[in-house]
Design a protein around this ligand. Structure first.
Ligand SMILES: *Cc1c(COP(=O)(O)O)cnc(C)c1O
Length: 350
């Protein structure tokens, strides 16, 4: 599908399309670096590092990110975690009590929560037994009110990436926006879908600094899309949604991208060591293939094993309530000594 302006007009909520956004003091006069006297925003003038409002367009972080990813800043929106980015997508495209989204369980729980908050029907089409999307059923259930299809790849909690052919089929046959959530892309050998943004105008890619970048505490989520979609999201985002401290820490981390890569490499090495050790434990029935920094395990009894680990001071995630995930635990790859302790404790359980 090629998204024309007329298609975008059909997808955007009418109130959003007609909205005139709030114009902040920093929007109206942007050059905060210049030697100006700022008497426009009712700030306290005594400098302490954060007495001024942050840049509403986060230009420094965006410029760095755009250069690293080989895209234009007009294809970028930053949010207070990807959770805010996902919420903005709902608010831009989904009319409460009228529109619907399609999600593919077992998957990230926030899509369903955000659908509930925004009064949007969530049409769930389960992944197949190989944890791949069921294209036929997805296309069968879509209608004119289906605004967003959420694809999480690598998927949480299953850990696998979906096949490229399947994603291309969905991108070309789905009538609405296709969001590919790439929270774990930095742990995967696969190329990010951001390189395909100009090919598929209905494509939106989300990423985050919460996982590989080690900055879950600062809350920074990234949305990549066509300039026309980004323009819509910019209209509805809160003016100062990414605070000054977050912008500073994100910038520093992106400058030192080699540190991130080194840590990712170490996590990946540890993952392989963990897989080998886990596969030798008799009550672990299966270690699922993972393109992420976590492993999904099928065990004999997930509730018992979860509680045994808690007693020994190790917290993992019991994913058994998710469809297709009966008796599964999700384990994040930790540091070398943490993983050693995990394996040692698992070996003492019976
Ligand atoms: C962890 C995770 C996120 C991250 O959300 P943030 O709000 O950016 O911390 C997004 N999507 C998936 C699938 C995740 O697992």
């Amino acid at each position: 599908m090629k998204l024309k302006q007329s298609d975008l007009d059909r997808l955007i909520r009418p109130n959003v399309a007609n909205l005139k956004p709030y114009s902040s003091a920093r929007d109206e006069y942007k050059d905060v670096d210049g030697e100006m006297i700022f008497l426009d925003a009712n700030e306290n003038p005594f400098e302490n590092g954060v007495n001024r409002y942050p840049d509403p367009q986060q230009r420094d972080v965006k410029a760095l990110l755009a250069a690293q990813k080989g895209i234009n800043t007009s294809q970028l929106l930053l949010g207070n975690g990807s959770d805010e980015v996902l919420d903005l997508l709902f608010r831009a495209f989904c009319e409460p009590n009228k529109d619907n989204i399609i999600t593919l369980p077992p998957t990230y729980g926030m899509y369903n929560v955000l659908a509930g908050i925004n009064a949007i029907e969530n049409r769930e089409i389960l992944l197949n037994e190989n944890f791949e999307p069921n294209v036929t059923e997805i296309l069968k259930i879509q209608d004119n009110a289906s605004k967003i299809l959420f694809i999480c790849s690598p998927n949480n909690p299953t850990g696998n990436s979906f096949s490229i052919e399947v994603i291309v089929q969905l991108l070309t046959s789905f009538n609405g926006i296709v969001v590919i959530d790439e929270a774990y892309i930095d742990f995967s050998e696969n190329e990010s879908w951001i390189s395909k943004l100009s090919e598929y105008p209905n494509l939106v890619v989300t990423q985050t600094l919460s996982k590989a970048y080690g900055l879950a505490g600062i809350r920074l989520g990234i949305c990549y899309a066509s300039p026309s979609i980004i323009e819509v999201l910019n209209k509805i985002k809160p003016p100062y949604n990414v605070n000054e401290l977050t912008q500073q820490r994100a910038f520093e981390r992106l400058v030192n991208i080699e540190d991130v890569m080194d840590e990712v490499e170490e996590i990946m090495e540890q993952k392989e060591i963990l897989i080998d050790a886990l596969e030798k434990i008799s009550f672990i029935k299966k270690v699922y293939a993972s393109d992420a920094n976590f492993l999904l395990l099928k065990v004999d009894d997930a509730t018992i094993r979860y509680n045994q680990l808690i007693e020994k001071g190790i917290v993992v995630r019991n994913r058994s309530t998710q469809p297709l995930c009966e008796n599964t635990l999700r384990i994040t790859v930790g540091k070398i000594d943490e993983n050693k302790q995990l394996i040692q404790i698992l070996n003492t359980l019976n």
